[in-house]
Ligand binder design. Sequence first.
Ligand SMILES: Nc1ncnc2c1ncn2[C@@H]1O[C@H](COP(=O)(O)OP(=O)(O)OP(=O)(O)O)[C@@H](O)[C@H]1O
Length: 417
Amino acid sequence: MTEAGRDIPALVRSQFRSALPAKLGIALSGGGDSMALMHLLHDCFGSGEVQLFAATVDHGLRPGSADEAAAAGAAAARLGIPHEVLHWTDRPQDGNLQAQARAARYELLCGWARQHGIPVLALGHTADDQAETVLMRMARASGVTGLSGMAARRTHKGVTLLRPLLDVTRSELRRYLEARGVDWAEDPSNEDTRFERVRVRKALEHLAPLGVTPEVLASIARNMSKAREALDWYVFLAARDLAHVQAGAVVLCQRKFRTLPVEISHRLLVRAVQWVSGAAYPPRRVPMEKAVLAARSGSSATLAGCRLVCTAKQVWVCREYNAVNGVTALPGQLWDGRWKIFGGDAKGCEVRALGRQGLAQCPDWRAAGVPGPVLEATPAVWRGARLAAAPAAGMANGWSAETAGSEEEFFASLLSH
Ligand SMILES: Nc1ncnc2c1ncn2[C@@H]1O[C@H](COP(=O)(O)OP(=O)(O)OP(=O)(O)O)[C@@H](O)[C@H]1O
């Protein structure tokens, strides 16, 4: 990229909306990007307008990682920024270590931010990272959402993750650090071609002469991000028109659903499935496409821990009984991550899915107007093997069942991804 001489601190400052957070966290790996991020934020807010805090995750995967984390801490101390090292202690024995380390890093950093009342956490992803992400997603034939790259701002478990450097290139940041005489550590894995991202970075050098530059790829991400915002808006309008939430399920009017543009119906169904299952990531594209076809044609399907139950006029997106069979909680606790069942005599009781056998013991279940398979995956109160209550299926016996998220929250979630 060629934006030599830009005022980088001003560019970073412009990423913050007028309401500045009182406290701002910095995810400081010790590498050049996040080191530059820390200095830039110090330039912008060091006068005390915003209190800065930094944290480094020591994954303990490399000899010397503790020293690197300590060096990052020393760099923060030189700017007067409080710093903490977070340790990854529950390392698994197998699986994709990189992916697990990444997930653990976000958990640790967000946990640290919440613990210190820090609402916003800044990450050092650059325009080059964005370009690499777009290229990797092109290789996976991603749609509009994937090609819109990393979001400049998103919420993760109550913390806003902010990427103020997404429009700034790595070389601009290196120049900025060099001009200030600041040192940084090079991560040796940046040269390790076993990693897809490193191979993509090298491939980009060959694509640049063809005009497929990081700048172009980052601008594709920006364009796609606008398209995605527009699509989300129409999904929201469609949902308002044809969906409601009942018995913990998202209920769609089948006649209206099948006349939606395929992309809108696809997106709406993805969000409904995520809402019902609580999954952080959307289901895979191919099973999802099959499910959309099923819902549009009025046939039933299962996917990603959910079931699509089609009635004469509606498509119910509900939990799949097999996904919650075996999930238990005490009354008053969260069941399946979203249901709360309370109100009755809790002594000796346990919350489990109603199931087919439980449903057979609820004489009035049809009065609720909810299909049987939907009710089977709702919570019920059991005293041993005996059914004590099934509020969603018309057998309340003094108990109530509520989902943590309301219908309004479902609609709001359609705009907040
Ligand atoms: N060990 C760490 N401790 C604290 N922050 C880190 C650490 N590693 C990475 N980060 C933060 O994440 C940013 C991006 O780094 P990197 O690309 O290595 O992480 P990533 O999370 O794997 O990225 P992606 O989200 O693209 O997979 C860094 O600039 C830094 O802000």
